[in-house]
Unconditional design. Structure first.
Length: 80
């Protein structure tokens, strides 16, 4: 997992709505938001950026820090 900077807002239902995030030296605009869920490790948000690139963002409330989750770092995903 890599720490990232995220600009976000909350909707009327209290859901986190990421607007953009900075990863490396580049800022990515969030075009759409997919699933969101909370787990023991934090609040997960799946987002799409231009070019239909999917990203898995994780907010660790206890640290107040956002992360970009990659491949083998993928934490628990709820079973539906």
């Amino acid at each position: 997992m890599e720490p990232i900077e995220v600009t976000a807002r909350f909707d009327l239902r209290g859901r986190i709505i990421p607007i953009n995030f900075t990863w490396g030296k580049r800022t990515y605009r969030v075009d759409s938001i997919g699933r969101q869920w909370s787990g023991k490790d934090g609040h997960h948000v799946l987002v799409m950026t231009p070019g239909n690139r999917a990203h898995h963002l994780l907010f660790k409330l206890d640290e107040g820090q956002w992360y970009r989750v990659q491949g083998s770092d993928v934490p628990t995903v709820p079973i539906i």
